[in-house]
Write a protein that binds this ligand. Structure first.
Ligand code: DO4
Ligand code: MG
Length: 275
């Protein structure tokens, strides 16, 4: 089942059929501990409706915070060691890759997040910018993983590489976070073979493409959640991006007009153009 937030309200999509979710705010809906079963009961009732207009899809977030995990794939560890070497980056990325405590950082508030087909941004003071395609968890206020969406953790590699203490500036700015197109509701974990694919289209041609799979994710999502919820409460639930396993070559930087397309089946495609 896929749950969409649209300008017309929440909709469910199940086996090519659409169902409206009536009489609830998005916040009240996605913080339900029984979200999967509740949505299943709407589908089982069988009151089908017409499809919503595809340009009415919104980012699947309202009052939640977005957090992100870092250096959870070997590729991310290696890219970070390389980008920070002039700044004495040394071994701290390697250490965090192997440490018991993961890297977790604050990424965005709901109003800062853009949805499908909206514009993502690169910082005006950055010279080296990349998208980061990340499987993203929807987590209930009690810390239960309720569903999955696609995240783009837009990042300024030159700023982060100059000094790791600049990480919040490299990661948190207007248009730096995209989520969507929906929440894939599942009581089960996504299979390890789930692929995360990215394509960057420039002037109608592929400027970069790459992929990884969840089998490369070093951390168990439940362990990431347990660290995030240590001494931290989320009354509206939250989203957690689980890190990137695809980093373009060092010669690549995003440009205005590039289209970033991230595909994770069974969630769908998150497409955004760079402003
Ligand atoms: O350590 C810096 C950020 C890492 C990150 O965003 C990632 O690995 O996805
Ligand atoms: Mg990231």
């Amino acid at each position: 089942m896929r749950l969409y937030r649209t300008q017309q309200g929440p909709y469910l999509l199940n086996e090519n059929l659409y169902y409206r979710v009536e009489g609830t705010s998005w916040d009240a809906l996605i913080t339900r501990e029984d979200l999967h079963d509740y949505c299943r009961s709407i589908v089982d009732r069988g009151d089908r409706t017409k499809c919503f207009p595809s340009d009415s899809i919104l980012a699947p977030i309202e009052s939640q915070e977005v957090w992100a995990a870092g250096v959870t794939y070997y590729r991310s560890r290696s890219a970070r060691i390389e980008e920070s070497k002039d700044a004495g980056g040394g071994d701290f990325y390697d250490r965090v890759y192997s440490a018991i405590r993961p890297e977790l950082f604050f990424k965005a508030t709901g109003p800062r997040v853009v949805g499908p087909n909206a514009k993502v941004k690169i910082r005006s003071d950055a010279t080296w910018s990349v998208p980061e395609p990340e499987m993203t968890l929807l987590i209930s206020p009690k810390g239960t993983i309720l569903g999955y969406t696609i995240g783009n953790d837009m990042s300024s590699r030159d700023i982060e590489g100059e000094n790791p203490l600049y990480l919040p500036q490299a990661k948190v700015y207007d248009g730096s976070c995209a989520l969507g197109p929906c929440i894939f509701l599942s009581p089960d974990s996504l299979p390890a073979l789930t692929r995360i694919e990215i394509q960057i289209v420039r002037n109608g041609e592929t400027a970069f493409s790459g992929s990884t799979s969840l089998s490369e994710l070093k951390r168990d999502p439940k362990t990431l959640v347990s660290f995030l919820f240590r001494d931290n409460s989320f009354p509206h639930g939250c989203f957690l991006m689980t890190g990137t396993g695809v980093v373009p070559p060092d010669s690549f930087t995003l440009a205005s007009g590039d289209e970033v397309r991230i595909v994770i089946e069974p969630i769908g495609t998150l497409a955004n153009v760079v402003a």
